[in-house]
Design a protein around this ligand. Structure first.
Ligand code: FES
Length: 147
């Protein structure tokens, strides 16, 4: 192989490699770098699934659902406002096992490093009759959904 022919081959190889990389980069821009998170609106079941006076832990949705006799239903987040650990329910309220934050039964901070109370989420009724908790929408503590 002559030197001129070899250099010509190297030059064309570099050219086509560059063109291929350019088109690969162009094709990559068609797929955005977005994270698709699951919905934070949860259908949690029918009202009859939550007897009066019950407190139901929903570990998948990380919340507690209360049915207060005569007052209505409310949902409190089980996610600690310090660093996001899941709190446990106690007789006095909630306890975070990670750094020891304590919350009263309505989610107010009683002790520990947690800076804010636990969130209360909006509860509503879907068309099919199931309760819906919208974790995207916080409500004022004490807000209850009446059937
Ligand atoms: S994550 Fe709950 S106290 Fe730190």
């Amino acid at each position: 192989m002559r030197r001129r022919h070899f250099l010509s081959q190297v030059g064309w190889g570099s050219f086509w490699t560059t063109v291929a990389a350019m088109f690969a980069g162009l094709a990559r821009t068609l797929y955005p770098n977005a994270l698709y998170e699951p919905s934070r609106r949860y259908k949690i079941g029918f009202p009859s699934d939550f007897p009066a006076g019950s407190v139901t832990a929903r570990p998948e949705e990380r919340l507690f659902v209360y049915n207060n006799p005569g007052e209505g239903i409310h949902a409190i987040s089980a996610v600690c406002t310090h660093l996001g650990c899941v709190v446990n329910r106690t007789n006095e309220g909630f306890f975070c096992p990670c750094h020891g934050s304590r919350f009263d039964a309505s989610g107010r901070v009683k002790a520990g490093p947690a800076p804010r109370p636990l969130s209360w989420y909006r509860v509503s009724l879907a068309f099919d009759g199931q309760l819906v908790v919208d974790a995207n929408e916080e409500v004022k503590p004490g807000t209850k959904f009446r059937l």
